[in-house]
Write a new protein. Structure first.
Length: 94
């Protein structure tokens, strides 16, 4: 699996993201769309960041519990091309 769309899924939580990060699929994911998930926090995103080695795009628009600081930190520590958050898109060169 390369692309995963979990947008506006009320049941997605940090536990979901942690379980995903521990799965075999984590090693092949290049894109994750988490738009509108209100139950995820920095803890779930950190778990993904640690295990999703090929992740290039992370969309966390309208994820109200994710802060600008966390988005900035993720864009610096990952080999990521873009992190989308609210109306702001942060790009980083690989």
């Amino acid at each position: 699996m390369k692309h995963l769309i979990l947008s506006t899924c009320d049941k997605v939580t940090d536990k979901t993201l942690i379980a995903l990060s521990r799965s075999k699929s984590a090693k092949t994911l290049t894109s994750i769309n988490l738009v509108g998930n209100l139950n995820i926090t920095e803890n779930g995103l950190i778990a993904l960041a640690r295990r999703c080695d090929l992740l290039l795009t992370l969309n966390v628009n309208k994820c109200m519990r994710i802060t600008n600081t966390m988005v900035d930190t993720l864009s610096r520590i990952l080999w990521i091309e873009s992190v989308r958050f609210s109306l702001l898109t942060i790009y980083q060169n690989r």
